[in-house]
Design a protein around this ligand. Structure first.
Ligand SMILES: Cc1ncc(C[n+]2csc(CCOP(=O)(O)OP(=O)(O)O)c2C)c(N)n1
Ligand SMILES: [Mg+2]
Length: 540
């Protein structure tokens, strides 16, 4: 059954967006996109506005990542769109189904020098799955449907449309295209069986599960596969929390022992990139399970690489009919390494130092975070510590910038998380350097009644750059910030609240006040600038 829709371009777009389950827009005002606001306003469709377009795209990305549905950012022509390009690129690297709708200078006088007249497509095409200019109002529902279908089809990713002024302001009518569920990509069953047999026969197998496991709604299938084949599981990105931390196969700390001892490493739903030593695990065979053939690695030759719907592949792993090697000793050995590392972590997280070290911040935070809290990392070393010391207890609760590593996601991700989960704790872990990219958007959060807690690890430096530069050159430049800066006062001025903490004993009460406050609240923790996150590479 198709439905006919009529109205101006904004109304036609909104009809198609709603049909696909889009539930809000993130934006920063511009005349080129007024019809989209008019449509939303008259339909009671929520509009959240921000102070920099990158925050709008990051907010849309947080919605997409957390809810596994399209997130929408509406950006005005020219600078609105170009300010959103880092957000689009992050969504591309993260396979997040984000749709950006851009304004565009009028087509009928293109080339005459209209305000913000610029062709966005060459800029955004390399970082989107679908990029198109829609030249007539009648064509908007088709284009929105095509863009969202591309965004939601594995391997997922962002899409972009722009509407010339006269197209979005004029009235048209169209059939609303039917919304078809995305068909699962059927994997090659022989390849799946070969991969499963390799894992089952392995003596010391390890699974590393990443974001696409969550995005592909394959968390239960992962657990079933791990349990059936008795394989220890490590996670990264949105894969974190896929197995509850207390699960006997859930591991986080023993990664080095696991990867150096493994004979088969199964990497599921994440690329073999710098985070996984480019897929080089010594003598171990690699099984790379991906959600689409396009994601097979070009730089390594895995022993098997099934591609397709992750639920189907992992369910087939779980049902593998052949013999399985016994992994009990291997798992027990890793558990010993895990427990030893955990004891070292516990010591660091309780350490009484002056100035405070980041580990202690996370020790205190763990005491006040609820199991379903959303934690967001935006920064350098401070966020590496968050990855080390925070253990998401549920899937879909951890947001990091992903392999594009773009600073500045903080307030946008926080906004998307707050809109997604009005009743949960939302906590942003932020470097003081990272704070500079998005802290002004505390104003947007405060004004729109979207409380979040921001914990700044304030070491007065761009730590992740300063320490490596000193190690490499013996000196550093462009790596200092004002020490002791009162980021809490900035938040206070923008309509939130906050405080500065210098003593570890004051951390716990400050965090409790922050979560109880009901406003954007920044806990400005003065941390030790001499503390550097231990890294194997200086160019991490
Ligand atoms: C947009 C962007 N610019 C620059 C970088 C390079 N970079 C990575 S980490 C980092 C330092 C972050 O400093 P801060 O947020 O204070 O965290 P710290 O390392 O001090 O804990 C920089 C500049 C980046 N990743 N993204
Ligand atoms: Mg810093």
């Amino acid at each position: 059954m198709t439905e006919r829709v009529e109205g101006h371009g904004g109304q036609l777009a909104l009809a198609a967006l709603r049909a696909h389950g889009v539930r809000e827009m993130f934006t920063l005002s511009g005349g080129h996109v007024f019809p989209l606001y008019d449509a939303a306003h008259s339909a009671g469709f929520p509009i959240y506005d921000v102070r920099h377009e990158q925050s709008a795209v990051f907010a849309a990305e947080a919605v997409a990542k957390l809810q596994r549905r399209p997130g929408l950012a509406v950006l005005t022509a020219g600078p609105g769109v170009t300010n959103g390009v880092s957000g689009l690129t992050s969504a591309f690297f993260n396979a997040s189904p984000v749709l950006v709708l851009g304004g565009r200078a009028p087509q009928f006088r293109w080339g005459s020098g209209s305000l913000q007249e610029m062709d966005h497509l060459p800029l955004v095409a390399p970082v989107t799955k679908h990029a198109e200019t829609v030249f007539s109002a009648d064509d908007i529902p088709r284009a929105v449907t095509a863009a969202l279908t591309a965004a939601l089809t594995p391997h997922r990713g962002p899409a972009f449309l722009d509407f010339p002024l006269e197209a979005v302001f004029s009235v048209g009518d169209a059939e609303l295209p039917p919304v078809n569920p995305v068909a699962p990509i059927e994997p090659d069953l022989d390849e799946v069986a070969r991969a499963a047999a390799l894992v089952a026969a392995a003596q010391r197998p390890v699974i590393i599960a990443g974001s696409d496991v969550y995005a592909g709604d394959a968390v239960d299938a992962l657990q079933a596969a791990a349990e059936a084949l008795q394989v220890p599981v490590f996670t990264n990105g949105m894969g974190r929390g896929s197995l509850p931390p207390e699960h006997p196969l859930a591991f986080a700390k023993a990664r080095r022992a696991a990867l150096s001892g493994a004979d088969v490493v199964v990497v599921i739903g994440t690329p073999l990139d710098f985070r996984l030593s480019f897929g080089d695990f010594g003598d171990a065979q690699v099984v790379h399970v991906v959600d689409a053939p396009s994601q097979r690695a070009g730089h390594v030759q895995p022993a098997a690489s099934p591609a397709g719907d992750l639920r189907l592949i992992l369910t087939a792993f779980a049902e593998h009919p052949g013999d399985r090697a016994d992994h009990a000793d291997w798992i027990a050995g890793l558990r010993t390494a895990e427990d030893a590392a955990r004891a070292r972590d516990a010591e660091a997280m309780a350490a009484e130092t002056d100035p405070i070290r980041p580990a202690r911040v996370y020790g205190e935070l763990r005491k006040v975070l609820a199991p379903d809290a959303i934690t967001i990392g935006d920064g350098g070393d401070f966020v590496s510590y968050a990855g080390k010391y925070l253990e998401p207890a549920q899937p879909g609760t951890w947001l990091d910038p992903g392999p594009y590593g773009c600073l500045g996601t903080g307030m946008g991700y926080a906004m998307g998380a707050r809109v997604t989960h009005p009743d949960r704790q939302i906590c942003v872990l932020m470097g003081d350097g990272a704070a500079g990219f998005s802290l002004m958007d505390v104003e947007s959060l405060a004004r729109q009644n979207l409380p979040v807690v921001i914990v700044v690890g304030n070491n007065g430096i761009w730590g992740l750059e300063k320490h490596p530069m000193r190690a490499m050159y013996g000196y550093d430049v462009a790596a200092n910030l004002q020490p002791g800066l009162r980021y809490d006062k900035v938040v206070e001025a923008l309509g939130g609240a906050g405080e500065t903490v210098e003593k570890s004993a004051d951390l716990g009460p400050a965090l409790t006040r922050a979560f109880d406050s009901g406003v954007p609240y920044l806990v400005n923790v003065l941390t030790d600038p001499s503390d550097a996150y231990p890294r194997s590479s200086n160019l991490a």
